[in-house]
Design a binder for this molecule. Structure first.
Ligand code: MTE
Length: 318
């Protein structure tokens, strides 16, 4: 049930020859084989991954790209080695600024000639964050191939593009990385007619909440219904989710199904007793610990990233 997002065809991985190398601004180039990583201290962390294109289909005006509705978000417990431990064993040089993560998958792009690997960089402080993992297991089992076996990055709290799958090469650099998945894709470009000189990069998951059930345009019978869904934020934790069944005139708080975890969605439920038939405009909105509340309208951008407007569904009761 975990969503999958790939830019290229699946790579060929032979675990007998697979290595994870660390090079660039390090004191010694180092290579880890799979069994080296399995023998290192392991950390487990529940982390929700969300593609930044999740809910892209809801943007108006419409934008190009995969027309995700609500489904490009999933949750797992990931286990692996701290990236920090790998980087320290290579020794990071003083002038290092970023780490580039290269996946084994590659292919062409329509916007420039050549063959590219899926590669992304992270600032050094985020790379040395003890919660940034090179994950080897998903829910206690070796990573499924489609989710990056044998090793993938997990960058908690960041949108999914940062969590590079089929990892095989790390390059510590002093220059900002200019790869197409860093500077062409995954930047918020709000006005396609005026390309920004320093477009804002996509980083952490935006505050958002989602009704999973009922679904938009569903017909329900009168009586009791559980409205269920999720809420998430990659920065300040979600502290309140509210539901409105009268198109946003009045709001009531939901009950939590999950405790507050720093990098996980929080599932919630709300019992709705409907006594009158009619058309209901149901909305959900989340508030975080810093007092931010979801916006009424999403921040439109050319590639349809980071949609997090208050969700609105219509249900019919008779
Ligand atoms: N890593 C590689 N090597 N290739 C990719 O195409 N896609 C990224 C990221 N890591 C990608 C990748 C994007 S855009 C997302 S949203 C997540 O992987 C999706 O991870 P999943 O397919 O395991 O859900």
């Amino acid at each position: 049930m975990f969503y999958i997002r790939n830019h290229f065809p699946y790579p060929v991985v032979d675990i007998r020859t697979w290595e994870l190398s660390i090079e660039g601004c390090v004191n010694r180039r180092i290579k880890f084989q799979y069994h080296d990583l399995l023998q290192m201290p392991q950390v487990s962390l529940p982390v929700t991954l969300e593609c930044v294109g999740n809910k892209r289909a809801l943007f108006h005006p419409k934008v190009r790209g995969e027309q995700w509705e609500l489904g490009a978000i999933s949750h797992a417990v990931w286990t692996g080695v701290r990236l920090m431990d790998l980087l320290y064993s290579a020794g990071i040089q003083m002038h290092a600024r970023e780490v580039i993560f290269e996946g084994m998958d590659k292919g062409g792009r329509t916007d420039r000639p050549g063959v590219f690997s899926y590669a992304r960089s992270l600032p050094l402080d985020q790379s040395l964050n003890p919660h940034t993992l090179v994950a080897l297991y998903m829910y206690g089992k070796p990573l499924p191939f489609r989710h990056g076996y044998p090793a993938r990055l997990i960058v908690p709290g960041w949108f999914g593009m940062a969590s590079v799958k089929w990892l095989h090469r790390l390059v510590v650099t002093e220059e900002p990385f200019q790869g197409p998945f860093q500077v062409v894709d995954y930047v918020y470009n709000r006005n396609p007619l005026v390309p920004s000189e320093s477009p804002e990069p996509v980083t952490t998951i935006r505050l958002d909440s989602t009704i999973a059930r009922p679904t938009d345009q569903e017909a329900l019978a009168k009586g009791d219904h559980w409205v269920v869904g999720t809420a998430i934020s990659g920065e300040d934790p979600v502290v309140l989710v509210e539901i409105s069944t009268d198109n946003g005139t009045t709001w009531l708080p939901v009950s939590w199904l999950d405790p507050q975890e720093p990098y996980s969605w929080r599932r919630w439920c709300w019992k709705w007793t409907v006594t009158s038939s009619g058309t209901y405009d149901v909305k959900v909105r989340a508030t975080d610990a810093a007092g931010h509340i979801q916006p009424e309208r999403a921040d439109w951008n050319e590639k349809g990233y980071g949609y997090n407007a208050i969700q609105h569904i219509r249900v019919y009761v008779d």
